[in-house]
Write a new protein. Structure first.
Lengths: 296, 298
């Protein structure tokens, strides 16, 4: 840290104004409303809460939500690694354009993604038609949820890996090669362990975003209770039946899971930062990850 | 070149990986983007324009713009205030505060909508009082503004905090010790330094504010011509099997997304250029140092 930090709150003005405004705004807009959710769930007895949170439909919705989120994050982990590697290492025409395009899912409203993917993967859609001849159906099935979540969480792994791959020192690879390692050995034994914490962070960011996603999923999911109904949709259907307490119970479950994910992400990033103490605070990556996840 | 050979993949591997990466991105990004416009123009340009000129589409666009215009100033002011306090001063609980600012990103949009129903809805904590005083928040504009404020809350702050931390406080301290007032210092020193970072945060917050679906959907009540934003309008038309109408409205949002991408890329480019100007005086092998080190030059 710089020496000035040792002398707390030196000559600069505006500390009270800045912090006061921040705390007031945070309390009014975020803390009180979230506390209201917890308070409302207190109106349920423990038995009622438990019955709602672990009802058949709720349990099935957790399975669908977590299963699809995990599958989507795993697909993005694999392809995201390849995309990040290609974008950093290989020259090809139009690379800057492709690089900018990776952030599209963050810029495109989720409802647009939802109706577009549903149309593409429906049986008469461009992709759905091809898959139907192979006997594969995606739209209005749980697989459709995975497709929507792959789209929505696509940038996370790419954007967390890019700065880390950029920072790999050439000496490391040269040393491995000069000691007789094949290219694949160098990658799997030397490079992969180095980028692993960032890779896992990207996966977790994608997974955590996928769990809460709503807009892109509902159009393609089919939304069959017990089969293809995600937890956020179940919350809404409880609300539409004026069952605010039921919706609250499920929302508390989701909120707790969000907190756990936030904690895991913070730990992972701390690990990645320690492992890669020289990695830059990549501006573009920070901004991209900023869009929907936790701190890079 | 021979030294580089040993640390590069064979040509066929490079081609294969490039092919896989571009194929994946084409399938999941480019094809959907083309499809939006393709579906919107499926029955020709006339049908497309008619769908856009529809009065409900127009009022949805107006509402979306109104919400963004009302939400952004609050979150900009908050972002600057929070970043100022966190980046330029030391105090206890700072890392907790930073984590709390990120909280809205971790919460599902549906939960973000629900918390305002719990506060202000008919069965909510203030529901009776609001009804007695004839104030409508839920299923009306105020609720949609609150939900949008919540989901776009962290954008500006989290762009500015690392940027202002990296810039340190030397320049502001110099301005103050030379007799500048607080506002002079802010307008002439701080704001010019953070303008690109601020713009970056605003671009992202704006895209989310205009495109938000889940949170706004929960509190809007879907009253046609009144509480339908453009994304909600897209949903209604799609569910009515009005494919042209839904995709015509979707093209407006897709264009918003594309403009966001272009603006974001330009701002990123400007920020990189300014960092390069800062690092130009350092020896070449040190240009990769983190910004905090870069700005610590004597």
């Amino acid at each position: 840290m710089f020496p000035a930090a040792a002398k707390p709150n030196g000559v600069l003005p505006g500390f009270r104004l800045g912090l006061g405004y921040t705390l007031t705004y945070l309390t009014l807009l975020v803390l009180i409303p979230l506390a209201g959710l917890i308070l409302m769930s207190g109106q349920l007895s423990w038995a009622d809460f438990w019955a709602t949170a672990t009802g058949d439909r709720a349990l099935a919705s957790y399975r669908v939500t977590f299963g699809a989120s995990f599958a989507a994050a795993a697909v993005n982990a694999l392809f995201g690694l390849i995309v990040a590697w290609v974008l950093v290492r290989y020259p090809f025409p139009g690379k800057r354009f492709v690089d900018a395009l990776v952030d599209l899912p963050f810029a495109l409203p989720t409802a647009v993604a939802g109706i577009t993917l549903a149309t593409l993967y429906a049986e008469n859609g461009w992709i759905g038609e091809q898959l139907a001849t192979l006997g594969i159906r995606i739209a209005f099935k749980p697989a459709g949820i995975v497709v929507a979540l792959i789209f929505v969480t696509l940038p996370f792994v790419v954007r967390t890996l890019q700065p880390v791959i950029e920072d790999i020192e050439a000496e490391v690879e040269e040393a491995a090669a000069s000691l007789g390692a094949s290219r694949w050995q160098t990658f799997s034994r030397v490079l992969l362990p180095g980028i692993f914490p960032a890779w896992l962070t990207g996966f977790t960011l994608a997974f955590s975003r996928a769990i809460g996603e709503f807009g892109s999923v509902i159009f393609i999911a089919g939304n069959m209770p017990l089969i293809s109904e995600i937890t956020p949709l179940l919350i809404i259907s409880k609300l539409e039946q004026y069952d605010v307490l039921g919706a609250t119970a499920l929302a508390v479950v989701m909120l707790v899971i969000s907190f756990v994910m936030l904690l895991v992400i913070n730990l992972l990033q701390w690990w990645a930062a320690n492992r890669h103490s020289k990695s830059r605070d990549g501006d573009g990556a920070a901004g991209a990850v900023a869009l929907a996840g936790a701190r890079p | 070149m021979t030294a580089r050979r040993a640390t590069a993949e064979p040509r066929w591997v490079r081609l294969l990986l490039t092919g896989i990466a571009l194929g994946f991105l084409f399938l999941f990004l480019v094809l959907p983007l083309i499809s939006v416009f393709w579906e919107a123009f499926a029955q020709g340009a006339q049908a497309y324009w008619d769908a856009l000129k529809d009065s409900e589409a127009k009022s949805a666009m107006l509402l979306t713009l109104t919400i963004a215009a009302l939400v952004l100033p609050f979150n900009i002011a908050f972002g600057v205030a929070a970043a100022w306090a966190i980046a330029k001063f030391e105090f206890r609980g700072k890392s907790l505060l930073t984590t709390l600012i990120d909280l809205p990103f971790a919460v599902s949009p549906v939960v973000a909508g629900l918390i305002f129903i719990i506060l202000f809805g008919a069965q909510g904590f203030f529901g009776d009082w609001l009804a007695a005083n004839d104030i409508k928040i839920i299923f009306a504009l105020p609720g949609m503004i609150l939900a949008t404020l919540f989901v776009t809350f962290p954008f500006v702050a989290r762009e500015l905090i690392p940027l202002m931390q990296a810039q340190g406080r030397d320049e502001e301290e110099a301005a103050v010790s030379l007799g500048a007032s607080g506002w002079q210092m802010f307008w002439r020193v701080t704001l010019p330094n953070i303008k690109w970072g601020l713009m970056y945060g605003v671009i992202l917050a704006n895209a989310r504010a205009m495109g938000e679906f889940g949170a706004v959907s929960v509190v809007s009540g879907h009253i046609r011509g009144e509480t339908n934003t453009l994304p909600l309008h897209v949903e209604i038309l799609y569910n009515e099997y009005n494919q042209i109408g839904a995709f015509a409205a979707a093209t407006v949002l897709a264009l918003l997304g594309l403009v966001t991408l272009v603006a974001k890329t330009i701002v990123e480019w400007r920020m990189r250029k300014e960092t390069e100007m800062l690092t130009a005086e350092l020896p070449p092998e040190k240009t990769e140092l983190p910004p905090s080190v870069v700005t610590e030059r004597p």
